[in-house]
Structure formats: structure tokens, C-alpha cells
Design a protein around this ligand. Structure first.
Ligand code: AMP
Length: 326
């Protein structure tokens, strides 16, 4: 189970942190993937662009290979049981631990005028999303590690107080470690809303991709063989590892280690490999986005599957809590 907020264009971080895993997991597991529209209201109360963004997240995931016939692919707000479970879990979440969450503190810093209760209880709603399907694997990027730890704590508290209803959910990635796709300017991560010139979006055209990659920060190159890479250079290598061939990666690693690296050439190669990776996805998105009837059908079918699983879980939850008086 996992979700993506409809707050803008999807980017390489969403792809490698999350969607790439969805596409593989749908072949192996019973999967629930959702557009996290309720979560987006915590930071984006203006809903003028919400519908367009929801459609975009659906279309971009499908263009990346998410198959709505294999996984349940739905909108969070279509499943009312989520809100009920969120309410019960709120009674088991403490103000102190919520206030200590890194993402909450970041958001308070970014928008001091909109520190709403939804923002504070974001990890509680996220836990409700996950355990509503009694999911155990949650494909997410590294930025979500702390939220998953909180989810496990809420689950332990629920199970301890009311009986074993839920498995403990774990953050999941097919590679050994959770992924953080860095931004092109050498600081922070790629993101939907911050630092747009340092983020590669799945919707960027070829020229824009080249322009962004060529602007990435470099320096005059190492002066000692086998030097340690500065963070902005190791980030470029990390991006290369995501999209380039083994042969290309080995060539530039060797050039770096022998002080022969030409960063201009490396960035040109990276830009072309990025174009080759992103262009086929971008080209599919427009066709899917133009088909409103298809998107509606995807959402209806996804909601139907998600509701069936949610109502089963909620029967167990109400019984476990003792909300059964007949
Ligand atoms: P969000 O865009 O915050 O709704 O996140 C959707 C999914 O993308 C989550 O699983 C995140 O962990 C993942 N994600 C977002 N940005 C990155 C990034 N820069 N690197 C890796 N994963 C990311």
C-alpha cells in the first residue's frame, strides 16, 4: 500500500522512490495504491487545481506502468472508512510525538501561518491509509522512513490495547536501501514544489531536461587520484546510476578516479540518458490525460476494490474496540 499527493507534477524522486516499486509489486502482491488527495489539503487548502492534479497523478502512474487491472488504484477521499479509522487512531497518538516529527517541523517552518491540526496528525492519517488494508509492505522513498516508524508505534498501541488486528507495516524498496533522489543543485531532494529548476519532472520536454542537467553544479575536478567525491558530484553519479548503462557509469567512475573527468561531457551523457528515460513516459501521459471517461473508470474500479478491503477491516476494528452494541 502506498500513496502520492496530488500537489503537482511527478518527478524522478517519485518514480525511483515509489512508482518503480509499485510496478514490480503489482506482479507479486495484492496492492493498493492511492492518490492522497486528503493529505494534500493539509498544505494546499486552495482546491482550484486539485482535479487536474488528481488526473495527472493517475495518468503519470499509469504511463509509468501501474496497471489498474492488477492493483487497486483509487482516490483517498473516495474511501470514507479512512476517516473513521483516522479518528480512532487519533486517540492513540500523542501531541508530543506528533510535534517532534521532522516533516511537521519542516512544514511549520515553511508555512508558519497554516499550522493546522491536519498537518500535525498527518502521520496518523497515513497510518490509517496503510492499515485500512492491513498492509505490511509500504513502497516509499527515504523521506518517509520516520512516518513508517510512527505507523508501527500506532499499530503496536492499537494491538496492545484492543487485540491483534493489524500487521506492523514496513517501508519497502526492491533495492536494499530506501531511495532518496537528490536535487540537481547538490542540496536536498527532488520535490514537486520546491526548487523546480533542480528537479527533473516526468513532464519535462527534452530541451528542459538538457537545460536542467547542464546547469547542475560541478567544479574543476579532483586533483588527487581516488579522491572522495563532494556531495554535488556524488549526486550526479547517483543520478547516472538510475538511468545510464553500466558501461557509461564505469567509464566516468574511472575518469574521476584518475583525475581525467570532464564534467561537461558527463552532464551531456547524463542529459541524453535522462531524455531517453523520460520522453517515452511523457509521451504516454497526454493520451491518458485526454481520456476523462477512462480515468473515471479507473477511479471507480479502484474505489470498489479498496472499499471491499476497507469494510472488512473496519468490521474487525469496531469489534476489537468494543463498538458493537447489538
Ligand atoms: P509525495 O510527492 O511527497 O506525495 O511522495 C510520494 C512518494 O514519492 C513517497 O513514497 C515519497 O517517499 C517518494 N518521494 C518523493 N520525493 C522523493 C525523492 N526525492 N527521492 C525518493 N523518493 C521520493
Amino acid at each position: 500500500m502506498s500513496g502520492i499527493r496530488p500537489t503537482g507534477f511527478l518527478h524522478l524522486g517519485n518514480y525511483f522512490g515509489a512508482i518503480r516499486n509499485y510496478v514490480k509489486m503489482q506482479e507479486e502482491f495484492e496492492c493498493y495504491f492511492m492518490v492522497a488527495d486528503l493529505h494534500s489539503l493539509t498544505t494546499h487548502p486552495d482546491t482550484k487545481e486539485l482535479k487536474g492534479n488528481v488526473h495527472r497523478v493517475l495518468a503519470e502512474n499509469i504511463a509509468c506502468g501501474l496497471d489498474p487491472d492488477k492493483a487497486a488504484f483509487y482516490c483517498q477521499s473516495h474511501i470514507y472508512e479512512t476517516s473513521e479509522l483516522y479518528l480512532y487512531l487519533n486517540m492513540l497518538a500523542y501531541k508530543g510525538e506528533l510535534e517532534k516529527t521532522t516533516t511537521f517541523k519542516d512544514k511549520v517552518r515553511q508555512s508558519p501561518d497554516n499550522v493546522n491540526a491536519g498537518l500535525l496528525t498527518y502521520p496518523v492519517l497515513q497510518t490509517a491509509d496503510i492499515i485500512l488494508h492491513r498492509a505490511s509492505l509500504v513502497p516509499v522513498g527515504k523521506d518517509q522512513e520516520q512516518h513508517l516508524e510512527m505507523a508501527r508505534n500506532f499499530v503496536k498501541r492499537f494491538n496492545h490495547r484492543y487485540g491483534d488486528v493489524f500487521p506492523e507495516p514496513m517501508a519497502f524498496n526492491y533495492s536494499q536501501e530506501l531511495v532518496k533522489v537528490p536535487s540537481l543543485d547538490g542540496s536536498g531532494k527532488m520535490s514537486k514544489s520546491e526548487n523546480q529548476m533542480a528537479t527533473l519532472y516526468l513532464a519535462d520536454d527534452d530541451e528542459m531536461i538538457r537545460k536542467k542537467v547542464m546547469k547542475a553544479k560541478t567544479d574543476a575536478g579532483p586533483t588527487e587520484p581516488n579522491s572522495e567525491k563532494p556531495e554535488y558530484i556524488s549526486n550526479l553519479f547517483l543520478l547516472m546510476k538510475l538511468v545510464s548503462s553500466q558501461e557509461v557509469i564505469e567509464k566516468y567512475e574511472a575518469d574521476f578516479n584518475t583525475c581525467n573527468i570532464r564534467y561537461g561531457d558527463m552532464k551531456k551523457q547524463l542529459a541524453e540518458d535522462m531524455v531517453a528515460f523520460i520522453a517515452p513516459i511523457r509521451e504516454k501521459v497526454d493520451g491518458i490525460l485526454a481520456d476523462d471517461a477512462y480515468l473515471r473508470q479507473v477511479m471507480e474500479k479502484g474505489a470498489e476494490k479498496a472499499r471491499a478491503s476497507a469494510s472488512e477491516t473496519m468490521k474487525l476494528v469496531r469489534e476489537a474496540i468494543g463498538l458493537n452494541y447489538f
